[in-house]
Design a protein around this ligand. Structure first.
Ligand code: GDP
Ligand code: MG
Length: 175
């Protein structure tokens, strides 16, 4: 039946974080695209759909990439409308991007942006020899913000599928 929807529920998920941490690469990696091949625009926002089966629920994540909104004053509040999940990404080799997590959390709270699920993501874990942020420090920060923590490599496709599946699972649990 063409009138029948191919999903039961749809959740909007936003990927945010500083420039160059690998937001676009993570989405491309999740889509099993070559991580260097930019499918997403480098400015503005766009989204891709990814479907999951969570205990028999057909869940569609509508995943929005962001760019050029790295400073909160540039964030268009409408972009956050209806957002259920946030992936807050930093780069484990760049301490500034880690420090910015607190800044993001504070500004989201101040703007009354209330999502149901926030996962903090330490990307570029393939560059372990350049690591600036210890795993324990990242886990501590995530715990402080009542978030889960994932370490990923968009380049090597490490833990990327797990990350997005976890978001789908958590959103079903929360709803
Ligand atoms: P965005 O600005 O947050 O969307 O970041 P991009 O996805 O454009 O990635 C910024 C740069 O980091 C690019 O040169 C990517 O190839 C690189 N990059 C992204 N993810 C990884 C990763 O997991 N490992 C490594 N080594 N490089 C990555
Ligand atoms: Mg990008």
């Amino acid at each position: 039946n063409p009138m029948e929807s191919d999903y039961d529920v749809i959740y909007k998920v936003l990927v945010i974080g500083e420039s160059y941490v690998g937001k676009t690469s993570l989405i491309n990696s999740m889509r099993h695209e070559t991580y260097t091949r930019n499918l997403m625009p480098t400015v503005g926002v766009d989204f891709v759909n990814q479907d999951y089966d969570v205990d028999g629920h057909r869940v569609r994540l509508q995943i929005w990439d962001t760019a050029g909104q790295e400073r909160f004053r540039d964030i268009n509040k409408f972009m956050y409308r209806g957002t259920k999940g946030l992936l807050l990404v930093f780069d484990i080799t760049d301490k500034n991007t880690f420090d910015s997590i607190n800044y993001w959390m504070r500004t989201l709270a101040e703007a009354d942006i209330d999502s149901e699920e926030v996962i903090i993501v330490g990307n570029k874990c393939d560059l372990w020899w350049q690591r600036k942020i210890k795993l324990a420090a990242a886990e501590k920060l995530a715990k402080y913000h009542s978030s889960k923590y994932f370490e990923t490599s968009a380049k090597e496709n490490t833990n990327v599928t797990e990350l997005f599946s976890q978001m789908a699972y958590d959103l079903v649990e929360a709803n």
